[in-house]
Design a protein around this ligand. Structure first.
Ligand SMILES: [Zn+2]
Ligand SMILES: [Zn+2]
Length: 339
């Protein structure tokens, strides 16, 4: 019934015209007296239908989420943010899923202002932890007015493998080292639900899964994959982590056992190429990444068109082995230069 179709409150991002709902889409109908510009987005991307309020918020903020309840083509449920982005080829804005991640502030260089009350002290540096986008972050892990260059790395997703991590649980983790037993995780690999605590893994330097002692130990696939996804890393970083998780595979019921083979994150000697950038001192990888970022920022090496891309100068070229690298590659690249 045409009368039931909504008119969105925010204007078309492309032409400033009116955006109206129709049978399948929300579409620009143009400014009064003008033609529609072609901007539109589907009402049910990946099988999940927008509420009108969500469509309004999406159009207003150019992003929404993370939202749950999407289904991949293969039928698997997934959670994602949705953003409205300019598409150079189409010369118009379009909808995109945005999985990720945690690098927003660093990418854009925008200063973050927190709007929530602090959840507790960062397990790494003791600063306040706040909500930021789809993550809980240390207030020193994102650029703020108080400290434009992040000095900490603490971040943990608000939704991890479909399991929402409520503020209450993150507060508990920060206060006691772990959450209650949460039972709505879904393994990306096996699609099975599983239960785990989220716990601060001091040696890995991130939030990790801690499985309750059980006579049915978690399947290796589930444990490995979930460990990798725990910190909401990018897929490249996640793959990397998966490897190490496999390598240190141990009865997953005790974190202590799983940790044992891994020495505390002692410093490792940087390669000559890396030493030229961050100095000769032995460093653990997170520290190396931090120093690398200081170098990148100090030398203004982020591609202005895409802050995710690092444009190498001579020293970085020796480290990267190429002219540029994506920020999500950094940790992996640095790993190859340490030890
Ligand atoms: Zn328009
Ligand atoms: Zn911190």
């Amino acid at each position: 019934i045409p009368g039931d179709y909504a008119t969105l409150e925010s204007p078309c991002p492309n032409c400033g015209g009116v955006v109206k709902e129709n049978y399948r889409r929300f579409a620009c109908v143009g400014k009064p007296g003008a033609e529609p510009c072609g901007f539109s987005f589907g009402k049910s991307p990946a099988g999940r239908t927008f509420e009108t309020a969500e469509a309004n918020a999406l159009l207003r903020d150019r992003k929404i989420g993370p939202l749950e309840g999407f289904r991949s083509k293969a039928g698997w449920p997934f959670t994602s943010e949705i953003v409205i982005k300019y598409d150079d080829e189409a010369h118009n804005y379009k909808l995109e899923f945005d999985f990720g991640d945690d690098k927003k502030g660093e990418e854009s260089g925008e200063l973050v202002e927190f709007e929530d009350s602090a959840l507790g002290p960062c397990p790494i540096c003791g600063s306040e932890v706040h909500e930021h986008g789809s993550n809980y972050v240390c207030s020193k892990a994102v650029p703020t007015a108080a400290q434009p260059t992040p000095s900490c790395t603490f971040k943990s997703g608000k939704i991890i493998l479909q399991q929402p991590v409520e503020r209450e649980q993150m507060t508990k983790l920060l206060a006691t080292g772990k959450t209650d037993l949460l039972d709505k995780f879904v393994s990306m690999r096996t699609r099975r639900a599983f239960k785990a605590h989220l716990a601060w893994d001091k040696e890995a330097g991130k939030v990790n899964f801690e499985f309750a002692p059980s006579k049915f130990p978690p399947r290796p696939g589930a444990a490995t994959k979930t460990g990798a996804a725990s910190a909401g890393r990018t897929s490249a970083a996640a793959k990397k982590t998966t490897k190490s998780a496999t390598a240190k595979k141990a009865p997953a019921s005790k974190t202590a056992a799983a940790k044992a083979p891994r020495k505390p994150a002692a410093g490792k000697a940087p390669s000559a190429a890396l030493a030229a950038v961050i100095g000769n001192d032995p460093v653990a990888r997170p520290e190396a990444v931090k120093k690398m970022w200081e170098y990148i920022k100090a030398h203004n090496l982020q591609d202005p068109k895409d802050k995710r891309t690092i444009v190498a100068d001579d020293k970085l070229r020796a480290v990267f082995g190429k002219d540029s690298a994506g920020m999500f590659e950094l940790a992996g690249i640095l790993g190859n230069h340490l030890g």
